[in-house]
Ligand binder design. Structure first.
Ligand SMILES: Nc1ncnc2c1ncn2[C@@H]1O[C@H](COP(=O)(O)OP(=O)(O)OP(=O)(O)O)[C@@H](O)[C@H]1O
Ligand SMILES: [Mg+2]
Length: 315
């Protein structure tokens, strides 16, 4: 496989950078479907469901708060993937897999989209439910088609969300077919590492312990990035981000709001801002004045009680 990878790189040596021409890509998608599937609706059902974000997503790393170390490493990775000459000179095997893990609502899915946006390539976003099938052998075939399609439109980011749903540990699996699905995924991951133009496979899970050990070995998900709960500064930034385009009164103290929301995820903070905005809207609707979102609105929705020692408990 390594040999093939170098041959592929040789073929691309005339290009300086990986570029994605939008019209070519559209045509590629059409061609792929035309070549692989007939017009028969039954046949078309065999195309694994996937959400293709193309042109590349508009989300950038700046839209994601936190994950500083992770974004530096990924920026480095993307530069490496774009540099054919260096890869050849130093005989570097390009990185092919990134696994994002951490508690729910902390920005894994958002970050995966930002990777594609930052790299400027299309994003294929799939969930286990898009490829899992109850018919024997069909899940494997879906996984195969998915990776084949990704190679076809490469360079691209193939994002498998909630990957524990496909790449779950074999320890708990009873059915032979499920083991086969995992083996298929392992093989495809291995093969895609040698493909050029590159396909970056990004997986996300909030149950790292459930992901099969074989998927975590170097060559598959080489890079693992923890996406954790935001710290105090990051919570201030999150509040400001979600308040940015809303009419907010000047007295809102984001520092204090951040202090009393320790342990809350990005998604929860977004939800708090949304609920505060709903309170303001209700007031505005009834009185037709005072349209601003006040400090009180935020405090009301944060809904906390303070223990005697002063440690907030959240309901
Ligand atoms: N670090 C962050 N920066 C900016 N927005 C965030 C961040 N974390 C969460 N959000 C907001 O919360 C929403 C949900 O986050 P996201 O879907 O990325 O979480 P997740 O980690 O994938 O959760 P899950 O594990 O449940 O899938 C995002 O669309 C975004 O609006
Ligand atoms: Mg997610």
């Amino acid at each position: 496989m390594v040999l093939q990878s170098w041959i592929n790189i040789e073929n691309h040596l005339n290009e300086e950078r990986v570029t994605t021409n939008i019209s070519i890509l559209n045509e590629k998608i059409r061609q792929y479907i035309r070549r692989n599937f007939s017009n028969d609706p039954k046949d078309f059902m065999r195309v694994p469901l996937m959400l293709i974000t193309h042109p590349p997503p508009k989300i950038r790393f700046d839209d994601v708060i936190g994950i500083e170390e992770g974004r530096r490493e990924i920026m480095d990775m993307l530069l490496m993937l774009n540099d054919f000459y260096a890869l050849k000179k130093y005989k570097i095997k390009p990185p092919s897999g990134i696994l994002l893990y951490g508690p729910p609502g902390c920005g894994k899915t958002l970050f995966a989209k930002a990777i594609a946006g930052e790299w400027g390539v299309p994003l294929i976003h799939v969930l286990p439910s898009d490829i899992n099938s109850r018919w024997a052998g069909e899940t494997e075939s879906n996984i195969h088609h998915l990776f084949r399609f990704a190679k076809y439109i490469s360079p691209c980011v193939l994002f498998i969300d909630e990957i524990d749903g496909i790449g779950g540990s074999r320890d708990g699996i009873q059915w032979r077919s499920e083991r086969m699905d995992l083996s298929q995924l392992l093989t495809e991951m291995e093969n895609i590492a040698c493909h050029y133009p590159p396909v970056l496979v990004v997986g996300a899970t909030n149950r790292l312990e459930d992901v099969d050990f074989a998927l975590l070995r170097p060559g598959r998900f080489t890079k693992r990035i923890f996406v954790g709960l935001p710290n105090k500064n990051e919570r201030v930034k999150l509040f400001k981000l979600y308040a940015k385009e809303r009419p907010i009164s000047n007295d809102v103290d984001f520092e204090y709001l951040s202090e009393i929301t320790e342990g809350r995820s990005g998604a929860e903070i977004e939800n708090l801002c949304n609920n505060a905005a709903r309170n303001a809207w209700r007031r505005w609707r009834h009185r037709k004045k005072d349209g601003e979102i006040t400090y009180r609105d935020f405090l009301d929705v944060i809904n906390f009680r303070v223990k005697k020692q002063g440690v907030p408990i959240y309901r």
